[in-house]
Design a protein around this ligand. Structure first.
Ligand code: ADP
Ligand code: ZN
Ligand code: ZN
Length: 674
């Protein structure tokens, strides 16, 4: 029998596909597009994906190699999934194989893969052994009802911005929309994306109790490979009908996908920060359009991009302005002027008093300080020495518990020196305050209180974040100290005070998105307060913000809970300054042992391709120039036309590949940190 030729995508930096030969074996079915194969590549055997079949090939007969095996056990990936990968590859300027293969579970790609049959059997067993103490649907309030009706009004493509204040019951709307989609189509799959699964265990629990009998798959980066394969297969074979995942789940194979939900759509974690630097939110909207299905973007503080789409009528704005729980109201936000009230241990008298009032009533307080460690730096008063990292443009952070200085960027750790390394002074001082120091200060002021800290240091072990949040939910904590980790999603029922201790630093950041992020973060963390109805004789729920800039418009908008005004102000600013979302950007990053080499490469890059309609800015060092002994610089490319930018990038990157250099470089489309 005549051989056929398979065009295959491989995970290599070479931006091309590869032809291999397949000769029919006894009883072996003909390979199909979308099937996984194993092929010889150099001296290795690697996995690839069939993109096309042909009777001829350009590769000479004596050069062509044979396919080693076709994985017939795994059903072929469908054309629409391949098209999604193709779009992502084109849009983010990566080789197709570098999108397709990493999107598949590792165990599927391993040369000696685990038994798929056994995994598929395991799936069946899991489906029948689901626990269920079923959860009832809540009776929706009018705003929720209206949102639900719009979302489920059509099964065609529609993008909805569910713009609901914290505690407005967005989750209930997602779940009821999900229920309707599943009821309308027995095979339907719904994808629910969340920023971080470990921080939203409540949601996973609610979903499985609500949808007894429906198989649920979860997909996130913290899973063991075996587990990931199992859940991926459940989605790919259509058995799992609800798929709950983080950004990577947007690239899952979902043959019967009928709706996508993106919770907290503004969250920066939807942006992948290495390899294929995609935005899961943007891909979700693309995927919904491709499939002709609805997509729901939920947030109390939408990203400006999404906000602008809604203002322009491309996305439907579904506002929910009230809290869902009866008699629960948004907390009162108050500004504490640090110029007038000097803090001690990082706390003004007003905050101390407010905490004391909570303690008296058995209510919880949350102190938000987005800086882990004991102190961000230590210094020597005598000679001016400060604890800088030797490998990065950054300070070494003091960690008191294990007496270490740590760089939060490269991981370098060393013992806290007993004396100043330059002058020998033994009186080294911690400067500033991190969560550990705050915790210590609180213990002095409130020796009787149960104080608890949640940050990346206190929750390093697997499962410890969930356990920590449970402790808070069980009411075993009076004062919770936390970083942004505590801001997200949690429904703390007994929390009536939130204090943001030191938010100012983000106000004057070079990053033009910093204020958008700060506002979202403060609104989120403020939203942890007052989620239940006020108890009789209990405290009114309030949020105190300590600041040196009490007149800053950001804080004023926060006090008024007025995201509309804040966002519209930002939109206007961005429009006038020709910044995103009114202009499209790409970033070329270069890394080298010396800054000059990186800059020199970028200068060559800036002139190597003709560019009508494209603005090429000057190469500049990144704000944090050195990380782990590598210097980093960047070149910002802008255009008012997305197609023009895309066309330019394609040609430009081809030219860049031709430059002989030892500089490590990469292009990012729609960068978030510019
Ligand atoms: P969001 O995600 O918008 O911040 P949640 O979905 O966490 O809000 O809902 C906040 C609280 O309101 C939860 O305790 C939820 O159970 C409750 N809730 C939601 N919808 C309703 C409703 N229609 N009636 C009563 N309680 C509701
Ligand atoms: Zn000194
Ligand atoms: Zn470092």
């Amino acid at each position: 029998m005549k051989p056929i030729y398979l065009t295959i995508a491989l995970d290599t930096p070479l931006d091309r596909l590869f032809d291999y030969r397949w000769t029919p074996q006894e009883n072996e079915p003909i390979p199909q597009i979308g099937q996984l194969v194993f092929v010889p590549f150099g001296r290795q055997e690697i996995a690839g994906m069939i993109i096309a079949l042909a009777e001829k090939t350009e590769v000479p007969e004596d050069k062509i190699k044979d396919v080693l095996a076709v994985r017939h056990q795994c059903p072929a990936l469908d054309q629409r999934w391949l098209d999604l990968c193709r779009f992502a590859a084109d849009y983010y300027q990566r080789p197709l194989g570098e999108v397709i293969l990493p999107a598949l579970p590792k165990n599927l790609r391993a040369a000696k893969p685990v038994s798929l049959d056994r995994n598929l059997k395991k799936l069946q067993q899991q489906a029948s052994a689901q626990d269920s103490s079923p959860q009832q649907e809540a009776e929706l309030n009018p705003e929720q009802k209206e949102a639900l009706e719009h979302i489920t009004a059509t099964a065609k493509f529609a993008a909805h911005l569910l713009y609901g204040v914290t505690g407005s019951g967005k989750t209930e709307v997602y779940l009821q929309a999900c229920a309707r989609v599943l009821a309308a189509n027995v095979q339907a799959q719904v994808l629910i994306l969340v920023p971080e699964i470990n921080l939203t265990p409540q949601l996973a629990g609610n979903i499985s109790r609500r949808f007894a009998g429906i198989q649920i798959a979860t997909l996130h980066s913290g899973m063991a490979e075996g587990e990931r394969l199992l859940h991926w297969l459940a989605a790919h074979t259509g058995r799992a009908q609800i798929i709950l995942g983080t950004r990577l789940a947007i690239l899952a194979s979902l043959p019967h996908l009928k709706m996508i939900v993106i919770d907290e759509e503004h969250d920066p974690s939807y942006k992948q920060q290495d390899g294929l630097r995609y935005s899961a939110r943007d891909l979700a909207v693309w995927r919904a359009r491709q499939l002709g299905i609805p997509v729901v973007l939920g947030s109390a503080t939408p990203s400006l991009e999404t906000w602008q789409h809604a203002q322009a009528g491309r996305y439907r704005l579904l506002p929910m302005r009230e809290r869902a729980v009866k008699d629960a109201v948004l907390p009162v936000v108050k500004i504490v002027n640090l110029e007038r009230e000097k803090p001690s241990e990082g706390l003004t008298q007003r905050v101390v008093t407010a905490i004391r009032q909570r303690l008296e009533k058995g209510e919880q307080s949350l102190l938000f300080l987005n800086r882990r460690g004991y102190a961000p730096v230590i210094n020597c008063d005598a000679c001016g020495w400060i604890s800088n990292c030797t490998r990065c443009t950054a300070h070494m952070v003091m960690h008191k518990l294990d007496q270490r200085l740590r760089c939060h960027h490269c991981g370098l750790a060393q013992r806290i020196p007993r004396a100043c390394p330059t002058c020998g002074n033994v009186d080294l001082q911690p400067l500033g305050r991190g969560t550990q120091r705050l915790e210590e200060g609180l213990q002095k002021i409130f020796p009787e209180a149960r104080i608890f800290r949640i940050d990346a240091d206190s929750t390093r072990l697997k499962g410890s974040a969930e356990a920590a949040f449970d402790t808070v939910h069980r009411g075993e904590v009076d004062i919770l100290v936390g970083t942004q980790m505590v801001a997200k999603g949690h429904d703390f029922k007994n929390l009536t005070l939130v204090a943001a201790l030191n938010p100012d630093s983000a106000l004057f950041s070079q990053d033009f998105r910093a204020s958008e992020r700060l506002f979202a973060q403060l609104m989120q963390v403020a939203g942890r307060a007052g989620r239940a109805a006020q108890k009789e004789g209990g405290n009114l729920s309030e949020v105190l913000v300590q600041t040196r800039y009490p007149d800053h418009p950001l804080y004023h908008a926060l006090m008024a809970h007025d995201y509309d005004r804040f966002a519209n102000g930002l939109v206007e600013e961005r429009q006038q300054a020709a910044m995103p979302p009114f202009i499209y950007q790409a970033l070329l990053r270069a890394e080298a042992k010396e800054l000059a080499i990186a800059i020199e490469f970028l200068q060559i890059a800036a002139t190597c391709t003709a560019h009508p309609g494209i603005i090429i800015n000057d190469p500049i060092p990144m704000t944090m120039t050195r990380v782990h002994n590598v210097d980093r610089a960047q070149l910002l490319i802008e255009s008012s036309s997305r197609p023009a930018l895309q066309a330019f990038l394609k040609e430009w990157i081809a030219n860049l590949r031709g430059i002989k250099t030892r500089v490590k470089w990469g292009v990012e489309v729609d960068p978030m940190d510019v």
